[in-house]
Design a binder for this molecule. Structure first.
Ligand code: NDP
Length: 478
């Protein structure tokens, strides 16, 4: 007797032959009733789901977040209390490349985290940069179009990218980071992560604080130059997967030191810059970082597709004690991320094992494709609310403090009164001469072949950051 399990159809019936199709004789055609053959071909046709429009190429692993500081004066969130250890999932990614893109490409990296807290899932869907290219979500789809393929040539277009950037000075900060050394990390372990948006924390007393989250690599920053990356990509397109998966498999568990910056509501009102503007950082000197814990990755997924490709992160996932801010980009992402998952994975994407909370889930959403979990109210008669059959009810203790909003409802002119130059200047002034040279070269490389007037329009913006910046790029363009 063999101890091997019996191969079955998806309906559980034993498969008599998985090597030979059912045919009308050795030289005859295949019979339509060979259901095992039909099922194999049909499943193969359905093995791909739509890839993410952005952040398609990714690498992920499980781990734990340990909190080592008492920040209860800022937040009541259980996940952020001293001593809390929360299981989590991280997915890193590039933004523009498709699912088969090479890993070592110059691009912003996604840094998406899902914390399976006892109060529900908290997702922090950030990047390896503290800022972004645009501050108004109205511009986001256009920006992404410039990073993707031209509709006719089906090629990536440097002209489109620089045309958009040179007409959008708010992008200067992020463009400078992207073209600096940090724009091409050696691996996910060798980069920082940032929550990027301003979020809020609120405590037991109902007091709100604005917060920025930072994850500082404990492995140290390591970067490729463009020339090094060309060689690496020529040899191996999967260097991030190899390094992250292989490292964890070998027992090397990467860590990030977790920090926050905090701003009171009163401080926010008189801050010299808009603290909810995604193109700005909060200067450390004014808003010092507070060490709050450590994040470690220590377990690989068993099935890449089920657990990493189907992982669905959304900034809409918050827990009591953590909330949103008036950041306009964050507000748009609260809608668009969950919406992307409903389209890509299906209505009940949060019931998939990798996305499912580890705490009890009770809701009245019903039916829809792939409802494999039944009615989640915990009571078959409770399929509406309010009801008198003891169905789940709201919990007022989860109510965040009211958010004061003033101003007239109007089209927000995101250019007016915004200084797009001082913070990139502060960054440029951090770079030594060699870093500046590489910055200029990386920009000149990326501008290869674009019309001269677009390059010059962009250099005029660099001039406004620092006269050496524009001049440096022009010199490399010659
Ligand atoms: P600080 O000198 O206090 O902070 C500098 C920050 O810049 C550090 O967090 C450091 O990261 C980071 N940094 C250092 N070298 C580079 C580089 N080559 N590319 C990107 N980031 C780098 O100054 P400020 O807080 O006043 O910020 C000055 C500028 O630094 C900002 O305008 C912004 O461009 C950049 N920055 C600021 C951050 C912030 O939250 N304040 C976060 C990241 C960048 P690390 O600690 O890992 O060395």
């Amino acid at each position: 007797m063999s101890d091997k399990k019996t191969l079955t159809t998806t309906a559980g019936a034993p498969v008599p032959d998985n090597q030979n199709s059912l045919t009308a004789g050795a030289r005859g055609p295949v019979l339509l009733q060979d259901y095992q053959l039909l099922e194999k071909l049909a499943h193969q046709n359905r093995e791909r789901i739509p890839e993410r429009v952005v952040h398609a190429k990714g690498w992920g692993a499980y781990g734990v977040l340990k909190i080592t500081a008492d920040i209860s004066k800022y937040t009541k969130a259980k996940v952020l209390q001293l001593g809390a250890e929360t299981p989590m999932l991280a997915r890193f990614s590039t933004v523009a490349g498709e699912l088969g893109a090479a890993d070592a490409e110059r691009d912003v990296r996604g840094f998406a985290l899902k914390f399976y807290t006892e109060e529900g899932n908290w997702d922090l869907v950030g990047n390896n940069t503290p800022v972004f290219f645009v501050r108004d979500p109205m511009k986001f789809p256009d920006f992404i179009h410039t990073q993707k393929r031209h509709p006719k040539t089906n090629m990536r277009s440097a002209t489109a990218a620089w045309d958009f950037w040179s007409l959008s000075p708010e992008s200067l900060h992020q463009v400078t980071i992207l073209m600096s050394d940090r724009g091409l990390p050696v691996s996910p372990m060798n980069m920082n992560g940032y929550g990027s948006h301003t979020y809020s924390l609120w405590n037991e007393k109902g007091e709100r604080y604005w917060v920025k989250f930072h994850f500082k690599t404990a492995q140290g920053h390591k970067h490729y130059t463009n020339a090094q990356a060309e060689i690496i990509v020529g040899q191996n397109r999967e260097t991030y997967q190899e390094a992250l998966f292989g490292g964890i498999d070998a027992g090397e568990f990467p860590r990030w030191n977790v920090q926050i910056q905090v701003m009171s509501e009163a401080e926010a009102e008189c801050a010299p810059f808009n603290p909810f503007d995604l193109t700005k950082v909060w200067p450390h000197a004014d808003y010092p970082v507070i060490d709050i814990g450590v994040m470690e990755l220590n377990r690989n997924a068993e099935n890449y597709f089920a657990e990493i490709e189907q992982a669905a992160f959304s900034p809409s996932n918050i827990v009591p004690g953590i909330s949103f801010s008036p950041d306009k980009m964050l507000q748009a992402r609260i809608f668009s991320y969950a919406d992307a998952h409903r389209y890509r994975l299906g209505t009940h994407y949060e019931a998939l094992p990798v996305n499912a909370p580890k705490c009890p889930v009770h809701h009245y959403h019903k039916d829809g494709s792939m409802n494999f979990m039944g009615q989640q109210s915990g009571n078959v008669d409770a399929y509406y609310e309010p009801n008198s059959v003891n169905g789940p009810v709201e919990d007022k203790s989860a109510m965040e403090p009211p958010l004061k909003i003033d101003g007239n409802a109007d089209r927000y002119n995101h250019r007016d009164g915004n200084d797009d130059f001082s913070q990139p200047r502060a960054l440029f002034e951090l770079f030594d001469d060699k870093q500046r040279e590489r910055l200029f070269s990386n920009i000149a490389d990326a501008m290869n072949g674009i019309p001269k007037e677009i390059a010059e329009r962009q250099c005029k913006l660099f001039d406004q950051i620092h006269k050496n910046y524009g001049e440096g790029v022009r010199a490399k363009l010659k």
